[in-house]
Write a protein of this length. Structure first.
Length: 316
């Protein structure tokens, strides 16, 4: 045969060879007879030879067609095998899911609980993309995202899961031998850990700028996890998400109340939301946030909970 072949035309060839009539072939393909005739004509033109003879018994393969019948049937078997494999992979919780989130949520909240997801779905691979800038799901930089801002792209599917609160902390080693820090005095005479510009939109950065403006800046960083470690090491007072501060034994919360929060949004690209492996990750993140809501919101210091895996709920 010569020329380029369309798989749909090859399907017509195989079905006509089996059914022997245009009408029966059209019914099998759920198209009209003229479509079957048109595709057969296209295939014969590409092949450069006649493939069927019309007889009283119906359409019969020519010698040229019989010579390639087995090859085309093997193509059909291979195509079916690929289709079944892909469908099977999608129906099973197996394969790779790209999850995007912030550096802090990744390290302090998600990664410590991944063993539970691994035990439930051992064939699932989570590829975690951590960073301050949100991944662009519309460009498929990730399949799923847990972020602190609702996406603006209308085609993405999002659900608000809860909040991540912040509070003011200092290390016991920092506080030892010092005058107690005073909010009323805007922490005059105290050392404070500050935020670089790219973290300027966080609750913590706004609080430091407004309420610790009389303190001495001892350290500045663009990394949230480095920031928290600096406060825990005793470099100075800092504003930290409760998800870290309330479970870090080196830290003491200076004010009982939280200073603010960010919403937590679960976001998924619509092209992949029905995949079994993506649904498993959505369910994991939903359960994780719901089961640890008190911890995330700063209402339950140093309490540990267990993760339950449930079906995810995502806005459509």
């Amino acid at each position: 045969m010569r020329g380029m072949f369309d798989w749909n035309d090859l399907r017509v060839f195989l079905l006509l060879a089996r059914e022997r009539t245009l009408a029966a072939t059209a019914r099998s393909l759920r198209v009209n007879q003229s479509t079957v005739g048109r595709r057969l004509g296209a295939l014969e033109r590409a092949a450069g030879t006649r493939l069927f003879e019309r007889t009283p018994q119906g359409y019969v393969l020519t010698p040229a067609a019989r010579a390639v019948l087995e090859t085309i049937e093997q193509i059909e078997r291979d195509a079916i095998a690929v289709e079944r494999h892909l469908l099977g992979q999608d129906a099973r919780v197996a394969g790779r899911v790209r999850l995007a989130t912030s550096e802090s949520l990744a390290k302090w909240f998600i990664v410590p609980h991944l063993p539970a997801l691994r035990r439930a779905h051992p064939e699932l691979i989570v590829e975690l993309v951590a960073g301050n800038a949100p991944a662009d799901l519309a460009r498929r930089e990730a399949d799923v995202s847990l972020r602190m801002k609702k996406p603006e792209q209308p085609q993405l599917r999002a659900r608000r899961l809860g909040v991540a609160s912040w509070a003011i902390y200092a290390a016991e080693t920092y506080l030892a031998g010092r005058r107690r820090p005073s909010l009323r005095e805007h922490y005059a005479g105290q050392d404070v850990v500050s935020f670089a510009a790219e973290l300027g939109g966080t609750v913590g950065a706004r609080w430091v700028q407004t309420h610790a403006d009389r303190a001495r800046v001892a350290f500045t960083t663009n990394s949230m996890t480095t920031y928290a470690e600096a406060v825990a090491a005793g470099v100075g007072i800092g504003a930290i998400p409760c998800v870290y501060g309330d479970r870090e034994p080196r830290l003491k919360r200076l004010l009982p109340a939280v200073i603010g929060h960010h919403d937590l949004w679960l976001v998924v690209h619509p092209d992949v939301r029905d995949s079994a492996r993506v649904r498993a990750v959505l369910a994991f993140l939903t359960s994780l946030v719901e089961d640890h809501a008190a911890w995330l919101s700063g209402q339950s210091e140093r309490r540990h909970g267990r993760v339950r895996l449930t079906k995810a709920r995502v806005e459509t």
